[in-house]
Ligand binder design. Sequence first.
Ligand SMILES: [Mg+2]
Length: 430
Amino acid sequence: MFALVDGNNFYVSCERAFRPSLIGRPVVVLSNNDGCAIARSNEAKDLGIKMGAPYFQIKHLEITAGLVALSANFALYGDMSERMMSLAAGLGPEQEIYSIDESFISLAGVRDVTRRAWAVRERIARGVGIPCGIGIGPTKTLAKLANAIAKDAERKPGSYPAHLARVCNLAEMPPRELQTLFEQMHVGDVWGIGRRISNQLNVAGIANVWQLTQADLGTIRRRWSVVLERTVRELRGESCIAMEEAPPPKKMIACTRSFGHPVEDLAPLIEAVSEYASRAAEKLRRQGGLAGQVQVFAHTSPFRPGPRYSRSVIVPLVRPSADTSLIARSAIEGIKRIYEPGFELIKAGVILLDICDGSVQQNELALGDAFRDRSALYGALDKINTRYGRGTLHLAATGMNAGGARWGMRQERRTPHYTTNIEDIPVARC
Ligand SMILES: [Mg+2]
């Protein structure tokens, strides 16, 4: 048995936890540089705002419909996510964190599952302030489907029976009821079935989930794939997808950003690239890896008029490393090599390639001071930045007003870092 615990409209719910005045109002959270909507409250969904809608197209709703648009506050969301995950983990013996707001919990040996799920939901709502939907089923695919039912039943009363709202356990449902439910659901609602396959299934006369569970496995495998066959088996209650407790280490780590304003000069470009290199190196150290090569790129906007520019270069490191200053130095060397004046650059990035596991490091002759092992230094730097906020300690090359002047992200509507910055802790006045 599995449960899927999922925060409702997660980014919006994080904002509401600290600003209750946002409850009941249409709220969207915008992507980097306040580009487009990446999270919507139910009220915003009801206004017809689509996922990914560009801000300039919905801006008028601020006046006509009381829409509140906020810049993404990822420091807040990341921290709230950790708090939510630690409470969700209490539901069963194993947890797989699937995304910032979703985790699978294996329920092996857990008794009284539905009642416990309600209790965990209540604990998360009270302790973290995030409303969750919990779906339960004999397989991960069914838990995911149950979660979709739990959320829709709550958001759109009448779409599903009311007792399935918020916590939905498919495992304890009578077969007749389950069939009626599955007949109501579109194949595109199933985890792992995208629009293309869902269209193909429709053409083949398989429109709802019930029809999919009745389909012939051999035909599904032959006409589609073993992956879809596995999905059908899972829908029938045969568990094929196991828990993955730790995600596999990444083979490539990228930090790329669009600038808040176009950049023409080399100096701010060097600052930006140093910052991205620092971030990428931090991620690399977190997974205990070493990078062999550093790729740097920069380009102009493909949409704006004016001369176009897009270049990238790979700078190999003398030996695999996770040292911020070595990686940043290579990135700076790279950007200097490809830089040309006269272009309005809107994006740059640093990508770490050729990543290997830090524990299989090769021994070699001492190569002098430049290769001093500074892992203790960076261990301390990472700890300080985790505790006191990103950028507390940073390379001087990233500039003194980190993310400042021109290349920094545009985030005009960001709320405070309520939970991760001591200056931003909300104060209650009596
Ligand atoms: Mg969610």
